[in-house]
Design a protein around this ligand. Sequence first.
Ligand SMILES: O=C(O)CCC(=O)C(=O)O
Ligand SMILES: [Fe+2]
Length: 307
Amino acid sequence: MTILHSTPAPTPTVDPSNPNILRWDDIGLMLIHDFITQNDEATMIEAFHAQDPLTEIQGNLRKRISQHFGYHFDYTTFGASDTRFTPVPDYITNFLPHLPIQNPLPDQFTVQYYPPGSGIPPHVDTHSMFGEALYSLSFGSAVPMQFRMSGANDARKMRLPKRSVQQQQKQQQQQQQQNTTTNPPSPPSATTTSQEPPQPQTLPPSDPSDHHPTWEILLPARSLLLMTGAARYGYTHAIRPRKTDVIGDSGEAVPRQGRYSITMRSVRRGDEIGCDCAFPGVCDARVREEMERGGGESGGAAAARQP
Ligand SMILES: O=C(O)CCC(=O)C(=O)O
Ligand SMILES: [Fe+2]
């Protein structure tokens, strides 16, 4: 049984020039409170439901709903589609000049609605296909995001054939269902997926002691999270599926509400595709190189990312 121990989050520094900006510089995280206004937020929620009316999605309230703008996210390669481009709405282009990194700007946008209680399994976004800066803009309500430094178990899962990963996910789900009464069943929970790569000979063994501490930071409505460096390449991030969250020091359980987010990425092209990060265990580019060196099918593992 895996018990996830949540430890207190590392303490951020407050930007001296702007108290709305919290930084965890040593791991590459930045959170900007009130990045958009309440009016912007209302506009975004309205625009989302003009496309996917709440009345229509209410029948399936456990599932995240996604809308794609710019170059579409491709769930088979965990990269971006070259052929599918949807014009980016004004409610997104309006705030691009305020993003902390201007070069490159994101060109792949996934807007998601999380029904109350739902989440996203721990994962590392694809390294090779997207640039370093990874953003998440939260709106609608606050949610805690969980971080954990990846370890040998994540590296091992990333190198398993897809079927084995799915079996593991199923087992984890069953365990979670047995071990929880207040939380809804979690969506497929894994740090990694792969595309049927041949299994290399040198898999790190499953190591039950390989549990780095998990900690959560609260993403308030209208805040912008920027992940770079270790937070982007080495840590998994997740939103645990829960009906309530304990927020602040009071210990009070706050019911989860519907939440929206915009994940923003920049698509790597041509020579930029690839990665030489310091976290080869969870780097899809390294896994692919290993597969190619091992004489396996090219293409290798896709990405450390959930479906
Ligand atoms: O909803 C969020 O804030 C994060 C979503 C995410 O991690 C992703 O789409 O890769
Ligand atoms: Fe992500």
